[in-house]
Design a binder for this molecule. Structure first.
Ligand code: RIB
Ligand code: CA
Length: 325
């Protein structure tokens, strides 16, 4: 099992990321970050999810409340005031750890070999950890993120929410050299929350299944009903679920229309007739653009998820949720 730290902002889809990671990874800890909701709420929600699945052994470390450069933007329009509206939950019995989430990330990666970081919220904590100890980028096995989009956004036409909230943090992370596996909205829109999935979860009859259905009941009403964050963890668990391309990605910071965009260089990918269904099998050789091009010298730096095996993902999700009490 891969040793994992999950940095998240629960968040309905973050909850499924936690439940997948808790079953299929050696989940060393959960760190929380302001994003879908305020830090206090997303931290409480992380504790609640772990309590529902009986994993109160997994520590939760609150990280940054929000970006250091711009005010926090939350997605209460999608996730509700609590950050995880829908299920009726008692307050969690546990308290979060007193150690800061960033310190937990740094200390764990520096003292434990082979730790994979997964980030399903804004990259504020990950960037802060790399700022505090740049060797985190070398020592971490990899960073799987739900964030960005190869050719589309969701919060704006160009930018996906997690990157949009803290583009400066994303820029730092994408320029750190850490191996990045990017699950963008171009991939997660292949992972819809639909009625039959919700009813199959509810039909499991166990607490986790009913909890998952109640999460989706609310989330599906919010309009952007895709299990974004769960896709990032699923890729880590079973690499065969995602076809990817190794491309150059950079973060737009200044565009009035494009701030927070993950500018992805798709030019090495052949496209076949059907719209943007890229032919991932035979990428053109990456050639350095001519001298003078602003893109010169920018070789691929990110594994960009392009195609999801949704039936395979769905099977993993149902089996995982059925395995809990
Ligand atoms: O754009 C989707 C992402 O933003 C997901 O991580 C969701 O939880 C929200 O944080
Ligand atoms: Ca999230």
């Amino acid at each position: 099992m891969k040793k994992v730290i999950l940095d998240c902002d629960p968040g309905h889809d973050d909850a499924f990321a936690i439940m997948l990671a808790a079953k299929h990874c050696d989940l060393l800890g959960v760190t929380t970050v302001g994003g879908n909701g305020y830090l206090e709420n997303v931290t409480r929600n992380a504790l609640s999810v772990l309590e529902v699945i009986g994993r109160t052994d997994v520590p939760v470390y609150p990280g940054h409340a929000g970006p250091s450069t711009v005010p926090l933007v939350i997605a209460d329009n999608v996730h509700g005031k609590s950050g995880m509206d829908g299920p009726k939950l008692d307050p969690p019995k546990r308290k979060p750890e007193t150690k800061h989430g960033v310190d937990f990330i740094v200390d764990t990666v520096m003292n434990t070999d082979g730790v994979t970081l997964v980030a399903t919220g804004p990259l504020t904590n990950i960037a802060s950890a790399i700022n505090k100890e740049p060797k985190v980028a070398e020592r971490a096995e990899a960073l799987y993120i739900m964030g960005g989009g190869a050719y589309c956004g969701n919060w704006t036409p160009a930018a996906e929410f997690n990157i949009y909230v803290d583009p400066e943090a994303a820029y730092k992370v994408f320029h750190s050299g850490i191996p990045i596996y990017m699950v963008g909205v171009n991939l997660t829109r292949q992972c819809p929350v639909n009625k039959d999935l919700i009813e199959e979860l509810r039909g499991l009859g166990n607490r986790a299944g009913v909890f998952g259905a109640e999460l989706m009941d609310f989330f599906a009403g919010g309009g952007d009903a895709h299990l974004h964050d769960a896709c990032a963890v699923a890729w880590l668990i079973d690499p065969s679920l995602v076809d990817s391309a190794y491309l150059h990605v950079d973060i737009e910071l200044n565009g009035s229309l494009t701030r927070g965009m993950t500018v992805t260089d798709l030019r090495t990918l052949q496209t076949n007739e059907r719209d943007v269904d890229f032919d991932l099998g035979s990428p053109k050789k990456w050639d350095d653009p001519p001298v003078g091009s602003p893109f010169r010298g920018q070789a691929p730096n990110t594994h960009v998820g392009m195609r999801l095996d949704f039936p395979g993902f769905r099977k993993l999700l149902i089996e995982t949720m059925a395995s809990y009490d």
